[in-house]
Design a protein around this ligand. Structure first.
Ligand code: AMP
Ligand code: MG
Length: 493
């Protein structure tokens, strides 16, 4: 038996899910397989090669112990509430407790229609599937909480988008697929008992040790606020733009979920958004903290009937919790950014120093990733000129360097022999050399669509060690040329 399923979600009220089998495909073929994650999930090596496993990952065969379900949820999309969304192109095979003791959802994405598909075909094209595979596994290696990718399987059938494209199925692995939108689904139906049960379920599954002295609902809200603060701070640290931070794409566990239109910044621009449908920059890079708070306020609203003392008192209590976001996010963000600058101690001027650097980067289209990575070489005693070459006009950055050096000198051990190298090592461990560059992802998809999996394998290999220099792969660290300035992403998978 490939998976030892133990699916708790199906014990929740049946309005939260629908029993549905994947639709078989003609000729499944593995495009990418994650052996490391397979081992965590308890897939034995001799099963990896098995035809049976490919059939399972394509949706052609229901594995023993699986009762596949699609999950119901609602959500605010670009600020508008949609009471009924749900897995329109995803089916949960079941839950598995991994060798690490953690519980994982194993879900097929693109396995055919479900009761929630509405007009959609329930399918996915090879491009978005490989994009999610590479991007989500890159996030793992970068240290960002995220859903993961176990496998990508070509179906042998085509899907119709702007043009016919080869179809594929992704096997996504997540701590769970509970979203803010899942609670909104029950709240929109005034199902208070269902909500109470779902809050208990979420706490038991993701936050079993939190303090519940003020009740389950507040305990959950506080825990989710904390995880989202850390998540969004880590996105900002690596230059990640999620692109579609709707409440149905905000996970209760605090993982990055939904890799549809996401992208990484090349040149630093806080207002940058990539998604073709994000016309007003609602989900732009620097807007992400504010949007996360907005989403958490929607979570808080679902909890009103669970907080005692009547609605107005409940709203007051919940509002106060949501107002903690500002300081909690700022703290989480500065933890991330101080490390990027090589600081371990906390100093009052750090925010200002960071803001000056970011302003110089934004004004001069400095590459977000390389600016921080190369700053480590300056700390190690390398040439400042090489670093300044990353700025169109380097004058502001030139003035910044002595202030940064003075601040570094306040660190313990800064003046000791080897202090510069120690700082550089610390900085290299948090400032990646490699991110999934948008132009490389597009080149990988074009190659794979034409049958060449070489670039896919290379990206996977290099992005598994983003903090190592890997000189032989240096071309993958290079930002794109000006032709990529208008880079756009699309939701449809
Ligand atoms: P997303 O923008 O990925 O968060 O998706 C929003 C909703 O649209 C979800 O309920 C999806 O399941 C649904 N959806 C997106 N694409 C398809 C498709 N090709 N077939 C069916 N449902 C889809
Ligand atoms: Mg989604």
């Amino acid at each position: 038996m490939p998976f030892a399923f133990d699916t708790t979600y199906a014990r929740l009220p049946d309005r939260l899910w629908a029993r549905v089998d994947p639709t078989p495909v003609p000729s499944p073929r593995i495009l990418a397989f994650n052996e490391e994650l397979a081992a965590v999930l308890g897939l034995a090596p001799d099963e990896l090669a098995a035809v049976e496993l490919v059939e399972i990952l394509a949706g052609n065969r229901i594995p023993a112990g699986s009762e596949p379900i699609a999950l119901a949820y609602a959500g605010h999309q670009f600020g508008n509430f949609v009471p009924q969304l749900g897995d329109g192109r995803a089916i949960l095979l079941g839950e598995v407790v991994g060798g690490d003791g953690r519980r994982y959802d194993v879900q097929l994405k693109g396995p055919g229609r479900t009761p929630f598909s509405r007009g959609g075909d329930g399918r996915a094209a090879i491009g978005p599937v490989l994009r999610e595979f590479v991007m989500s596994e890159a996030m793992v290696a970068l240290g960002v909480p995220t859903t993961r990718a176990l496998a990508a399987v070509a179906t042998g059938a085509s899907v119709l988008r702007d043009q016919p494209l080869p179809g594929a199925v992704l096997t996504r692995v997540a701590a769970s697929h509970l979203r803010i939108g899942t609670l909104q689904f029950l709240a929109a139906r005034a199902d208070v008992e269902g909500l109470r049960g779902l809050v208990e379920y979420a706490l038991a599954r993701h936050y079993p040790t939190v303090d519940r002295s003020e009740g389950a609902a507040l305990a959950l809200l506080d825990a989710v606020v904390g995880r989202q603060a850390e998540l969004v701070a880590s996105w900002l640290g690596v230059g990640f733009v999620h692109g579609v931070m709707n409440t149905d794409n905000t996970s209760i566990s605090g993982e990055t979920i939904d890799y549809g239109p996401c992208a990484f910044l090349d040149a630093y621009d806080p207002r940058r958004s990539f998604s073709s449908i994000d016309h007003h920059g609602r989900y732009a890079f620097a807007n992400q903290p504010r949007i996360a708070q907005w989403n958490l306020a929607r979570l808080a609203e679902t909890l009103i009937p669970l907080v005692e003392d009547g609605d107005s008192r409940a709203i007051e209590i919940l509002t106060r919790r949501i107002e903690t976001w500002g300081s909690r996010f700022d703290d989480a963000y500065m933890v991330v950014m101080r490390r990027k600058l090589g600081f371990t101690a906390v100093r009052p001027g750090d925010e200002g120093l960071l803001a000056e650097l970011l302003a110089a980067m934004a004004a001069n289209r400095a590459d977000y990733t390389l600016t921080f990575r190369r700053l480590a070489e300056v700390a190690a005693g390398g040439s400042t000129e090489a670093w300044l070459a990353g700025f169109a006009d380097s004058s502001a950055a030139r003035e910044w360097i002595p202030r940064w050096r003075a601040r570094l000198a306040e660190e313990d051990g800064a003046g000791q022999p080897g202090g510069g190298e120690a700082t550089a090592a610390r900085m290299r461990a948090v400032n990646p050399a490699f991110i999934p560059r948008n132009h490389q992802i597009e080149a990988m998809i074009a190659a794979a669509t034409a049958g060449d999996l070489g670039p896919l394998q290379r990206l996977r290999r290099v992005l598994a060690r983003p903090y190592d220099d890997q000189p032989a792969e240096a071309d993958l660290a290079v930002p794109p040329g000006d032709e990529q300035w208008g880079y756009r992403t699309f939701c449809g998978t």
